[in-house]
Design a protein around this ligand. Structure first.
Ligand SMILES: Cc1cc2nc3c(=O)[nH]c(=O)nc-3n(C[C@H](O)[C@H](O)[C@H](O)COP(=O)(O)OP(=O)(O)OC[C@H]3O[C@@H](n4cnc5c(N)ncnc54)[C@H](O)[C@@H]3O)c2cc1C
Length: 464
């Protein structure tokens, strides 16, 4: 089998797809990246004298694909786990330790009953999950509807939504239960209760010598995309913004600036909204469906505090914030979670701003946002109101929202994609790096099948 493949977009999804494809020696693979360097959202930024993650800061280890890729790239020994697993949730009375349990669903009834981050009424409501009848209807519903029905409004809003909604920068009352955390619906169906389901899942994880929840290459996430780019060498072309993809015979012609690339297959590893622009002529109905996936804007605020502040921080990886309570939705205590000798005794903190329902904040100038968040931090943590250095990394329309019906939308996109074109990225079947790498593996297989002419594109085959 031979063929020319153009991968558009040199973020982790595009690089991982190309990396998988070049294992077939007779495939001619080119990655076209609009920016001056590969990596996409996996990026590092200078904050004072430190180089910090400006986008993702870790891999979810329970989804094994990215960790396996890191090992293939000889980064296995470089993967480190967080130095602390303690997470807090913000309450009106200060930070409270998260009750133990997967996906924020408490498993220890005594701990839940004694948890003072919620009213007595809220705790009783949450415990009713054990006796409430399961939903009879099949099919999708919002994550919020599922949570509220099982554990009540207070536990949903003050405990679980900040964690699960936060991973999507989303609103649990709009996010699809089946597309985001299908485990929860499964727990209700099988165990009749989220608490019982969480307890069973926690027992299984304990029996299986569970790996840490998160992993990260020492020194930052950039090492993963740098290693991919190094393995691909001059197949990756930067400053090559693709402006069109058109049919040419049985294949395609991809245009980037003055250059044209003929391709037997094209993988669009661009953000879904950029992919929509590239598919406007070729497949207008796919372009419209891609534009129908809502995206919200977020920002990452990085703060570096003076010497002597590091040891003052609590021994915790950070905290999440219930919707609308603070300017930030979550805070990572970087110097506690991922300690590094270069920090010295400086507190290094990263806060998330924006997201569903909070995008207005991003209309403000950088310094106003940083100032407001730093003051709030100083009221919560033993930190001075002014950091020594800070930086706001803005991520406009960066987080795809898997709203109710998302899986049907993706299936419709799959059906309508022209043969020989493929989509990969966080807007489809999982928002994180691990999901993107799994998608890359699957798209690479689908490209090979297409080239071999063994399979016509079939439903569910070419969007990951
Ligand atoms: C603030 C933030 C924090 C996150 N934290 C985590 C985390 O801790 N862990 C985790 O697993 N995930 C996290 N994610 C999600 C993770 O970043 C994404 O899943 C992943 O980076 C997506 O990779 P990608 O290659 O699909 O897209 P991108 O990284 O967006 O790459 C797409 C590339 O396409 C290029 N491009 C766009 N248009 C064109 C064009 N016309 N021609 C050529 N190139 C083009 C862009 O320049 C870009 O480099 C986070 C996301 C954000 C925004």
């Amino acid at each position: 089998m031979s063929g020319r493949i153009v991968v558009v977009g040199g973020g982790v999804a595009g690089l991982a797809t190309a990396f998988r494809l070049v294992s077939s020696k007779d495939l001619d693979v080119t990655v076209l990246e609009a920016g001056p360097e590969p990596g996409g959202k996996v990026s590092s930024v200078d904050v004072g004298d430190l180089l910090l993650d400006g986008g993702p800061d870790s891999l979810i280890a329970r989804k094994p694909w990215a960790v396996r890729l890191a090992r293939e790239l000889d980064l296995g020994r470089e993967l480190v786990a967080p130095a602390t697993g303690v997470t807090f949730v913000w309450t009106d009375d200060g930070l409270r330790r998260f009750p133990s349990g997967p996906f924020g669903i408490p498993t220890d009834l005594r701990e839940l009953w004694g948890w003072d981050g919620m009213s007595r009424r809220g705790r009783i409501d949450a415990l009713r999950d054990l006796v409430r009848k399961p939903r009879k209807e099949e099919g999708d519903e919002s994550l919020g509807a599922l949570l509220r029905r099982r554990i009540g409004d207070e536990a949903t809003d003050s405990l679980v939504a900040p964690l699960l909604g936060g991973l999507f920068a989303g609103d649990v009352d709009r996010l699809s239960a089946l597309a985001t955390f299908p485990e929860l619906a499964e727990w209700e169906r099988r165990q009749g209760s989220l608490i019982r389901g969480a307890r069973a899942a926690a027992r299984t994880a304990a029996d299986a010598v569970a790996p840490p929840m998160f992993l990260r290459p020492r020194g930052g996430m950039r090492r993963l995309t740098d290693a991919l780019a190094a393995a691909l060498g001059d197949r990756v072309r930067c400053d090559a913004r693709v402006v069109s993809v058109d049919r040419e015979g049985r294949g395609y012609v991809v245009r980037a600036g003055e250059s044209e690339f003929s391709a037997d297959a094209v993988v669009l590893a661009t953000p879904a909204l950029a992919s929509a622009d590239l598919l406007d002529h070729l497949a207008p109905e796919v372009a419209a469906a891609l534009r129908g996936i809502p995206h919200v804007s977020t920002g990452v605020l990085l703060f570096v505090y003076p010497e002597g502040t590091g040891t003052r921080l609590p021994d915790s990886s950070g905290f999440v914030v219930p919707k609308g309570k603070l300017a930030m939705s979550a805070c990572t205590l970087v110097s506690r979670k991922w300690p590094d000798p270069v920090f010295g005794d400086r507190a290094v903190v990263r806060c998330f701003v924006g997201g569903s329902g909070a995008e207005d904040l991003l209309d403000q100038p950088d310094d106003a946002i940083a100032d407001g968040v730093a003051r709030q931090l100083a009221a919560i943590l033993p930190l001075p109101p002014e950091p020594k250095a800070w930086r706001l990394v803005r991520w406009p329309r960066s987080m795809p929202q898997y709203e109710v019906g998302h899986l049907d939308r993706v299936a419709a996109i799959e059906r309508a994609l022209p043969p020989g074109t493929f989509l990969v990225g966080p807007a489809y079947r999982g928002p994180g790096i691990a999901d993107c790498v799994r998608g890359a593996n699957e798209v690479a297989d689908a490209v090979r099948s297409h080239l071999a002419g063994r399979l016509q594109p079939i439903e569910g085959e070419h969007v990951r």
